[in-house]
Design a protein around this ligand. Structure first.
Ligand code: VGL
Ligand code: ZN
Length: 209
């Protein structure tokens, strides 16, 4: 990756709850941090997302008596996977990993704060129509290429990358700077879907092609 002035590094949900020991730990999730820190030094623009749920959020299995984590529930906006309680606003689990080098980040996009709807993507809530405002921010600033890294490959990274393509941005996924949850092959499905949507799959040490 050789970043230009119109590239933005989008660092998705590198938070304690998604790392080993956290409430919704992504296997090997903390392994993304060194690669992201190295990339972040080279980008002129860095934006972070932060999963940020109120207690009792509708995406939590605990909010639906009798429902187990990782099962699927029909919501008015479509199928929703139910999760263990995670990234509750203001908790240590919702904080960024302490070793993530975030000081140069220009914007933090919080998402999933509406009680009745989840938000995987940095751009839209899970109804895929309610915007977070990130697209307008990037456009106003003339940032045209979104380089996605972080957690989890098969949920928030995938939805963010696909939405960015849908909105007309160039999109790169740095595969070794992402890790997935992997429910029933969802990482392989996510990689295929992103490639099919025109997302360029890259490695952090790789020179541009
Ligand atoms: C995520 C599940 C629930 C993610 C967030 O960051 O991929 N996954 N909330
Ligand atoms: Zn969440």
């Amino acid at each position: 990756m050789r970043p230009t002035d119109t590239d933005v590094l989008l660092v998705i949900d590198v938070q304690n709850d998604f790392c080993p020991g956290g409430a919704l730990a992504v296997p090997d999730g903390d392994a993304v941090v060194p690669a992201i820190n190295r990339l972040a030094e080279r980008f002129a623009h860095v934006v972070l997302t932060q999963d940020w749920h109120p207690a009792g959020h509708s995406s939590f299995a605990s909010s639906h008596p009798g429902r187990a984590p990782f099962s699927s529930l029909a919501m008015p906006y479509g199928a929703q996977t139910l999760w263990p309680d995670h990234c509750v606003q203001g908790t240590d689990g919702a904080a960024f990993r302490p070793d993530l080098a975030v000081t140069r980040a220009e914007l933090i996009v919080r998402k999933g704060f509406r009680p009745a709807i989840d938000s995987y993507s940095a751009f839209f809530e899970n109804d895929r129509t309610t915007p977070t405002g990130l697209a307008g921010y990037l456009r106003e600033r003339g940032l045209t290429r979104v380089v996605c890294v972080g957690l989890a490959t098969d949920f928030c990274v995938r939805f963010s990358a696909e939405d960015a393509r849908r909105l007309g941005f160039e999109v790169v996924l740095v595969e070794d700077a992402c890790r997935g949850i992997d429910l029933d092959g969802s990482v392989a499905a996510a990689m295929a879907a992103m490639a099919g949507a025109g997302v360029t799959i890259a490695a952090s040490g790789q020179e541009p092609t």
